[in-house]
Design a protein around this ligand. Structure first.
Ligand code: SF4
Length: 358
């Protein structure tokens, strides 16, 4: 990367941001691209507000992604304004997708963030297609649209306005409290199209959360976000995921968490055990070996079949969770909008992408 120090500029992409004291590390006109696997890089910048993070601002050609046909996800379309995620969860499923850019699935995923600065404009264009059937679009399925960078880039207001304006229902799943900024707009969008919001909260233990998901807002801040969403009159479910075997899965811990979730006004909760896809698996195991070495062996046994936890463990967890969800009135689940089973003709499909849940 070529380095041009202390340049402050506004690239005029419609997002209207200006950062003081930022460094432009690559302005996109050099001989060698900064990221060989990524096209359309305008520039790569670092700013004092985000130590250890480089933002690669790109002009995306398409932003509406079709979910691969074989996916079990209940929706067929996603939009992700960012690639990589500064929330830095050690278990994140999406880590491996960063390797497609020539970056690694570990620290690069957390600190080399691709920003699709033209996401709203491209989305508007794609939604104008006469073949767009207004199926639900899910956000927060691969990286968090309300990660910290969104406070500066403000891409989501344009995305929400494009979706609502085109009559497209949508859902957002996030850990980011920046979402509260857009609540008035989301409430107004909900008057035009079905809107479903979900917040992801895996545990209450602040010390463990800070080690496990070092870039995320605290559990208390996320519970407060749930309350603000429901106070705004919007549906809000909570994704209790991942449940970590032998760390966060006791009946006492889950009962306490569900109690706080219900008190915050959530309409339902969905509980999922840790899933360790390649990419996430290596990174999480390194975390486990560092933080809880005595659990390396038990986890090796529980995940001996691969990405999914041992079926016996899953059954036992489900039995433990069911009455607790009932007791707190949370059986309704997180409530993602679903694509109707009788699907309509496909609109033109940009690249499919792998899906994760936060
Ligand atoms: S799990 Fe979600 S919030 Fe955490 S790093 Fe991955 S995309 Fe970001």
């Amino acid at each position: 990367m070529r380095e041009v120090a202390n340049v402050c500029s506004n690239h005029g992409m419609g997002s209207g941001f200006r950062w003081g004291g930022q460094q432009v590390l690559d302005d996109g006109v050099g001989d060698a691209p900064a990221l060989p696997g990524l096209r359309g890089v305008l520039r790569s910048v670092r700013t004092p507000e985000f130590a250890d993070t480089v933002f690669h601002e790109v002009e995306a050609k398409s932003v509406l992604n079709r979910v691969p046909g074989e996916s079990a996800m209940p929706f067929r379309w996603t939009v992700n304004p960012y690639r990589g995620c500064s929330h830095a969860c050690s278990y994140c499923f999406a880590r491996n997708t960063h390797t497609y850019l020539g970056l690694d699935a570990g620290a690069d995923f957390d600190g080399q963030i691709v920003v699709k600065v033209n996401v709203a404009r491209v989305l508007e264009r794609e939604l104008r297609s006469p073949r767009w059937a207004r199926e639900p679009v899910a956000m927060g399925t691969n990286t968090d649209p309300y990660q910290r960078a969104e406070g500066r880039y403000r891409l989501m207001p344009g995305v929400i306005s494009a979706l609502a304006g085109s009559g497209t229902p949508f859902s957002v799943l996030s850990k980011g409290t920046v979402l509260a900024r857009d609540l008035p707009q989301l409430a107004s969008a909900a008057g035009e199209v079905p809107v479903s919001l979900g917040v992801s909260i895996a545990l209450l233990d602040r010390a463990l959360q800070a080690r496990l998901e070092p870039g995320t807002p605290s559990p208390a801040a996320r519970l407060d976000l749930v309350k603000r969403i429901t106070d705004a009159g919007l549906y809000c479910g909570v994704m209790v995921a991942p449940v970590l075997p032998l760390l966060t899965d006791s009946a006492e811990a889950l009962d306490a968490l569900f109690g706080r979730i219900a008190a915050a006004g959530a309409s339902g909760a969905t509980v999922l055990a840790l899933h360790l896809r390649p990419g996430a698996r290596e990174w999480f195991h390194a975390w486990l070996a560092r933080e809880h070495p005595h659990l390396v062996e038990p986890y090796a046994r529980l995940y001996r079949r691969g990405a999914y936890v041992d079926p016996e463990y899953r059954r036992a967890l489900a039995e433990r969770v069911r009455p607790l969800l009932r007791r707190h009135g949370l059986e309704r689940g997180v409530g993602m909008l679903r694509t109707p089973a009788a699907s309509r003709p496909d609109p033109p499909a940009p690249a499919a992408e792998q899906l994760t849940l936060l």
